[in-house]
Design a protein around this ligand. Sequence first.
Ligand SMILES: NC(=O)c1ccc[n+]([C@@H]2O[C@H](COP(=O)([O-])OP(=O)(O)OC[C@H]3O[C@@H](n4cnc5c(N)ncnc54)[C@H](OP(=O)(O)O)[C@@H]3O)[C@@H](O)[C@H]2O)c1
Length: 269
Amino acid sequence: MTDDQISTHAQLFDLTGKDALVTGGTRGIGLMMARGLLQAGARVVISSRKADACADAQQHLAQFGDVRAIPADLSRHEECIRLADLVTADTDGLQILVNNAGATWGEPLESFPDSAWDKVLDLNLKSPFWLVQALLPALRQAGTADDPARVINVGSIDGIHVSRLPIYSYAASKAALHQLTRVLARELGPQHITVNAVAPGPFRSKMMAATLDAFGDSIAASAPLRRIGRDDDMAGIAVFLASRAGSYLTGAIIPVDGGIATTASGTSG
Ligand SMILES: NC(=O)c1ccc[n+]([C@@H]2O[C@H](COP(=O)([O-])OP(=O)(O)OC[C@H]3O[C@@H](n4cnc5c(N)ncnc54)[C@H](OP(=O)(O)O)[C@@H]3O)[C@@H](O)[C@H]2O)c1
């Protein structure tokens, strides 16, 4: 091994000079990831639908680094293109794309509506694809063989195991996003772009508030690590995947779940 293959600890995780886009970065998991990327030195653009939420999150995150917020409704194709154009207007390339914005819908099978398929698939599955498509020139420009550009899709353990909740379109969207991650990883690897997915377990957020209020203690007790996720767990995986430390992974679906899905037991054997 030569010396130039060995980084210092700081270099392994340093994101200085890199540009990142985190969708849904105004709260919850996106906010956790955006904070981590900023602390590692990246310039970060966050985005969500609501202009006031964007302004509030930008103000909060500014203590950690150089952050800008751009409102956009990413469930619409033309909004993904508009956001991509704005993000790349004054940069040469985009090193890090975090497709995090997501929505869920819970309703019994008998009454589960058609609109719950469109709403969830448009945002959770199609918008990551549209953003990769629109940002491809910027990702290609940024990536090198030694330091590829990174796409980080936020999937879910509900795309790996079978949830007890009636979240039909959500579970299907996340399993599909995991497979799209692998498909894109194979195509984009030779173009110096890695594509990985993080599959979170339970983390406190607006989306998870009702579930954790009702079942938080039992969910934590059922996890081998006996707790729900912390902000740092999401910040850490985002920095790892975006940094030199994560530059040889692609097509991976990484559960960050305290062991809930990774050690789920079967009933036989
Ligand atoms: N929390 C968990 O335990 C958990 C577990 C597994 C996976 N996940 C995944 O993690 C991601 C984030 O979830 P979260 O729990 O942090 O949820 P959350 O608190 O509801 O945050 C969702 C974020 O997405 C934005 N958003 C929603 N609809 C949007 C749209 N049409 N266009 C653009 N932005 C939109 C929201 O802001 P606006 O309302 O302002 O648009 C918000 O910033 C999702 O993909 C979710 O499936 C979460």
